[in-house]
Design a protein around this ligand. Structure first.
Ligand code: CTP
Ligand code: MG
Length: 570
């Protein structure tokens, strides 16, 4: 706090964030006293990335020397250390300067060396060469005060054993849910690293496209991301046709000549993405394993960033996905129970193999979040409002339309929405109610509408139908097979059965935690930790297996295999 005060005095007008890993910090690293608008959050993080450089060092001990060296370019206000391998082989320090020009000066001062081969590229990814002899002495003997180095396991998710032990020690199920959320959510450094990856893409094409924006969306920024989550990135060449542009009083009379489209919109995008893929592969430091998946509904380029240990999905035509992330972010901000509950449900789904890191015929994390939101909307005392009411509350400033004409207008200012839930249920009660609700939900005939906060008649034969809130003719969970839907129904029933007695007797639980070894509460739901059910690829010949085969020792989590149910592989 003292450091923050000092920094605020030094740089009035600039925002400095505290990085506390406590219950008071929100998933996106901001302090939650005031609800932060999504666009402000994105702008602040983009600005922070522009003020940052990432320097590879030989060890954490290089920090004072690095700090002294880099201070010649400007004042350093934040420093984070992380290493990418357990043997401490790859060490990095992320430095944040007070101003963008200072970070730029540091990058401009970067040089090349004969020690390495390759094409030198100007980027915020640098390494710190060890100094020699006399010079080193003069630098290291300097005693400049420097901001404390936050050394955290920046990019490592909490280990399964540590998490289970924390859950075992918690006082009750509500605390377990909070602990799970706090210890698995993406931290401040994780968000910084993701915005730095975005900036690298943006800067690489800024010569030709000065207004281009590479903006993170999805779980990296919507507050539902866990440590180690992938980065979804959208690259846009132009500014959007949104409210900000509409405010322009007199449109310019000087108009850019356009590059005529060589083919139709979709194949044009695919060809442009091919070139961007080549650019990433050939020129961007840290970017490796570039793969082009251009035939998908939303064409993407996938790559790994070796300095950030990050998997990235880059798209150019998924603006509604970007605005969908804004909606999720807003729902998370509206009620503090939304994110912990969603984290718990995602974790439960992962442990019983309902979700899988690779896309397929199983339910995705995004669809699960939609199920949670819908459940919270349809309660007798709703915890979340319908999307329809967000649209109704919008004014001219909220007007947004994507390049392909999708209307993404809804109220952005949460204060103006004026929604206050009167529901006082505890997290454990909501968790149980979630499982009970979906145990009984008529997936066969009903579709889920977050826009209307009620179920509708299902328009087609998809196993699960969740109306895409922004593109209402699409089904968010179209990919889910009947078998996977059936497994979901079995698992929600099992989970409800497992939790029922414990939640009902929750007043008498775990005072002083006398039996840390016992399996109770959430631990019951996570009995198959991190178990990913390996399903044959959909191109494999189909075969029938018993559902019980999917569980350890042939038993379902309840101890009895669900009778008479067969699971047909996709
Ligand atoms: N999205 C969407 N419609 C879909 C799938 C995705 O609008 N059918 C948008 C959502 O905003 C979602 C984002 O694209 O948050 C990224 O999708 P995805 O990576 O699948 O989900 P995440 O929310 O990022 O979750 P995860 O942590 O599993 O990556
Ligand atoms: Mg994602």
């Amino acid at each position: 706090i003292c450091l923050m005060r000092r920094l605020r005095n030094l740089h009035p007008g600039r925002k400095f964030g505290l990085k506390l890993r406590s219950s008071s910090t929100s998933a996106t690293g901001t302090l939650p006293e005031t609800k932060c608008n999504y666009e402000d959050f994105i702008d602040n993080r983009q600005q922070q990335a522009k003020c940052s450089i990432l320097v590879q060092v030989s060890s954490e001990r290089s920090y004072p020397e690095l700090y002294n060296y880099c201070s010649r370019f400007g004042s350093i206000v934040n420093a984070h250390h992380y290493c990418l391998r357990h043997d401490d082989e790859l060490n990095y320090i992320l430095l944040e300067y007070a101003r963008e020009e200072e970070a730029s000066a540091a990058i401009d001062a970067g040089g090349v060396t004969d020690e390495m081969s390759g094409t030198p590229v100007r980027s915020p990814f640098l390494w710190f060469r060890a100094s020699t002899g006399k010079k080193k002495e003069s630098i290291s003997s300097s005693t400049m005060p420097h901001p404390g180095l936050l050394s955290i396991d920046g990019c490592r998710p909490i280990g399964q054993e540590n998490l289970l032990s924390l859950l075992r020690k918690a006082e009750n199920i509500d605390r377990q849910i909070v602990e799970l959320h706090q210890n698995s959510q993406l931290n401040d450094l994780g968000v910084r690293m993701r915005f730095l990856a975005a900036l690298q893409i943006q800067q690489s094409i800024s010569g030709m496209f000065p207004s281009a924006q590479a903006v993170p969306f999805g779980s990296s920024v919507n507050g539902f991301g866990k440590m180690g989550c992938d980065l979804d990135l959208i690259l846009r060449f132009d500014k959007e046709r949104g409210a900000k542009n509409h405010q322009q009083t007199e449109p310019s009379r000087l108009i850019y000549h356009l590059k005529e489209n060589l083919s139709n919109g979709r194949s044009q995008t695919q060809r442009q993405m091919e070139s961007i893929g080549d650019l990433l592969h050939l020129f961007l430091p840290g970017v490796c394993h570039v793969r082009r998946i251009l035939q998908a509904r939303v064409p993407i380029i996938k790559y790994h960033h070796e300095h950030l240990n990050l998997e990235v999905d880059l798209s150019m035509s998924n603006l509604s996905g970007f605005y969908m992330s804004e909606l999720l972010y807003m729902f998370g901000e509206l009620d503090t129970r939304v994110r912990p509950l969603t984290f718990t449900i995602r974790r439960w789904a992962q442990s019983c193999g309902l979700t899988n890191p690779s896309p397929g015929r199983w339910i995705s994390n995004f669809s699960l979040s939609c199920l949670v939101i819908f459940f919270l909307q349809q309660l007798r005392q709703p915890i979340l409002p319908s999307i329809g009411s967000l649209v109704k509350a919008a004014d001219a400033d909220d007007f947004r339309v994507t390049e392909d004409g999708i209307n993404c207008t809804f109220v952005r200012d949460l204060e103006r929405l004026n929604f206050q839930s009167r529901n006082t249920s505890k997290l454990s009660e909501l968790l149980l109610q979630f499982f009970e609700f979906y145990s009984q939900f008529d997936f066969h005939n009903r579709a889920i509408s977050l826009n209307e906060a009620r179920s509708l008649a299902k328009p087609d034969h998809s196993a699960i139908y969740i109306v895409n809130p922004l593109e209402q003719l699409l089904n968010v969970s179209k990919n889910v097979s009947l078998e996977e839907c059936e497994r979901l129904r079995i698992e929600v029933r099992n989970a409800a059965w497992l939790l029922e007695s414990e939640v009902e007797n929750s007043s008498s639980v775990k005072e002083g935690n006398e039996h840390p070894e016992t399996i109770w509460g959430l631990l019951n739901l996570f009995k198959h930790p991190e178990k990913t059910i390996v399903r044959p690829n959909m191109f494999f010949k189909p075969r029938m297996v018993e559902v019980s085969d999917l569980f350890e020792n042939g038993m379902s989590p309840t101890g009895t295999p669900p009778a008479g149910v067969t699971y047909k592989n996709p």
